[in-house]
Design a protein around this ligand. Structure first.
Ligand SMILES: [Zn+2]
Ligand SMILES: [Zn+2]
Length: 281
């Protein structure tokens, strides 16, 4: 119970930061600003805020996809694997008849079919067991403690949109706050101490979060275009012909469509449009 609560701390911190930024925008900027274009910025801010929080909500709350039933192994098979004592040939002999009926193209580092002892499954390609979630995750990218969820087949698009809108959200603050401070200064008005404190805090956090969001966004966009997960970028998957970091790469356009779907206007909103991944062979 305590461990569960502890794991929620990063998520709660992130929610508090979002709430704080919203409070600052509404009760400090909108209430005290001298900006003539405030209504326009008010509308734009709320569109981005909505898209940002919607993407955030979908990223954190979308559960990992269920492993198809065909990949499950019986207790008898698991006992045989246990008795095989990690012998590669014996494991392949036990699993080959089932594996041949399934679309499995990758192998473990040891060269046998990939299986999970904890979940009692033959692992589908790109599936990894997450120790935090306690289950195998289809097309696992990584587990994010700040989002309290695994980035996987079911929410990867939402995660990338969250990063993109997060970066734009920071840019809004960074385009407003320094100008506001300058205007107050030029009109020789003394800025309230509280206002100066919040504007400074927001500006520093804005720069930091903008750097984090944009770096992660461009990195994950690169991975999408290459059809690689973060785990595969660190260790290339092993196919029958050897390791190949581009084993799932079917061309930048097709790779993008696999994550973002074919309908262009849906690329910008966090609705599920993934196409089941397929191999180039
Ligand atoms: Zn597992
Ligand atoms: Zn996880």
């Amino acid at each position: 119970m305590f461990y569960k609560l502890l794991r929620s701390v990063p998520l709660l911190t992130a929610i508090l930061v979002i709430c704080y930024s919203y409070w600052c925008f509404i009760f400090l900027y909108c209430d005290k600003s001298l900006d003539q274009q405030q209504p326009l910025k008010f509308c734009f801010y709320h569109i981005i805020f909505y898209l940002f929080t919607w993407s955030y909500y979908k990223t954190t709350t979308t559960p990992p996809p269920a492993i198809p039933h065909d990949f499950f192994l019986s207790a008898a098979t698991m006992n045989k694997i246990w008795d095989a004592n990690e012998n590669c040939e014996k494991i392949n002999a036990i699993l080959s008849s089932k594996a041949h009926t399934l679309p499995i193209y990758t192998y473990s580092r040891e060269g046998h079919y990939r299986y999970c002892q904890d979940c009692a499954i033959l692992k589908p390609d790109r599936t990894h067991h997450c120790r935090v979630c306690g289950q195998c995750i289809l097309k696992m990218d990584h587990h994010c403690p700040w989002l309290h969820n695994c980035m996987s087949f079911s929410n990867y698009k939402f995660y990338i949109l969250f990063l993109a809108y997060g970066a734009v959200y920071c840019l809004i603050f960074l385009s407003i706050l320094p100008v506001e401070l300058f205007k107050w200064y030029m009109r020789s008005k003394v800025l309230e101490e509280g206002l100066l404190y919040h504007y400074t805090l927001l500006s520093i956090s804005g720069v930091l979060f903008l750097a984090i969001f944009s770096a992660l966004f461009f990195y994950h966009l690169y991975l999408v275009l290459k059809n690689r997960t973060t785990l595969e970028a660190f260790r290339a998957p092993l196919f029958s012909y050897g390791q190949d970091k581009d084993g799932f790469n079917v061309g930048a356009g097709n790779n993008f469509i696999q994550v973002f779907g074919e309908t262009k206007w849906k690329w910008f909103i966090p609705v599920f449009c993934n196409i089941l991944y397929y191999l180039k062979r």
